[in-house]
Ligand binder design. Structure first.
Ligand code: HEC
Length: 187
């Protein structure tokens, strides 16, 4: 009996898989798209706040740094992936269909930025009252190659050992990498 139910559920699940579904078939009222776009805007505001603190364009405040890094951590990784269920990509959303076609790559990017953001949030949680030299990037960002263009033989550096500013730059790189592949430009 039980296995019959499980089996029926599996068949149902298969039946609703959006194999050739019209775009946004699973988000008719646009709620998923609106929510993830709002999350992206929050990330943009958070990244800008941190960048401006490090660039001296806005006053550094430990609490604000911590809040912004916390937003980046909360909105990346699994939360970012959850914002893009299958069948919710394509117009009128700016999410390209490639997301459903290259799920492993999209999810790997979301997790990669998530690990960087988690490391930044951990650092921000213990941040000093002023920006100290060890929070600053000393050279051009070099992480042993990005996730997608990894140089052979070079292990990826441990995010926990990177200065906060360096982590921010790598995070911004991941935003750009994902957008250039998976986000449609809307004029
Ligand atoms: C793994 C992929 C991925 C990563 C990483 C990513 N984004 Fe996005 N972003 C998208 C996609 C896809 C959209 C289009 C969403 C839609 O319209 O449904 C988007 C949309 C946006 C938007 C427009 C939101 C709107 O109002 O339409 C902003 C702003 C944005 N992202 C900022 C960022 C910032 C800042 C980061 C890094 C901190 C980032 N994103 C990281 C995939 C990503």
């Amino acid at each position: 009996m039980r296995s019959g139910i499980v089996c029926a559920a599996a068949v149902l699940a298969l039946a609703v898989l959006p194999v050739a579904a019209p775009s946004l078939a699973r988000d008719p009222d646009n709620a998923i798209v609106t929510t993830r776009q709002a999350a992206m805007k929050e990330m943009a505001a958070a990244a800008k706040a941190i960048a401006e603190m490090f660039d001296g364009k806005r006053a550094y405040e430990r609490a604000a740094f911590k809040a912004a890094a916390g937003t980046l951590s909360a909105r990346t990784g699994g939360a970012l992936i959850a914002g893009f269920p299958r069948g919710t990509v394509g117009a009128p959303s700016a999410a390209k269909r490639e997301i459903d076609q290259a799920r492993p790559e999209f999810e790997a990017l979301a997790r990669h930025i998530g690990r960087l953001a988690d490391a930044l949030a951990a650092k921000a949680g213990n941040a000093p009252a002023e920006i100290t030299a060890d929070m600053r990037m000393t050279g051009p960002p070099a992480d042993g190659g990005s996730l997608l263009g990894k140089r052979p033989g070079v292990a990826e550096a441990d995010p926990a050992k990177m200065p906060a500013e360096h982590l921010l730059h790598l995070i911004l790189q991941d935003c750009t990498t994902c957008h250039s592949k998976f986000r449609r430009k809307i004029e």
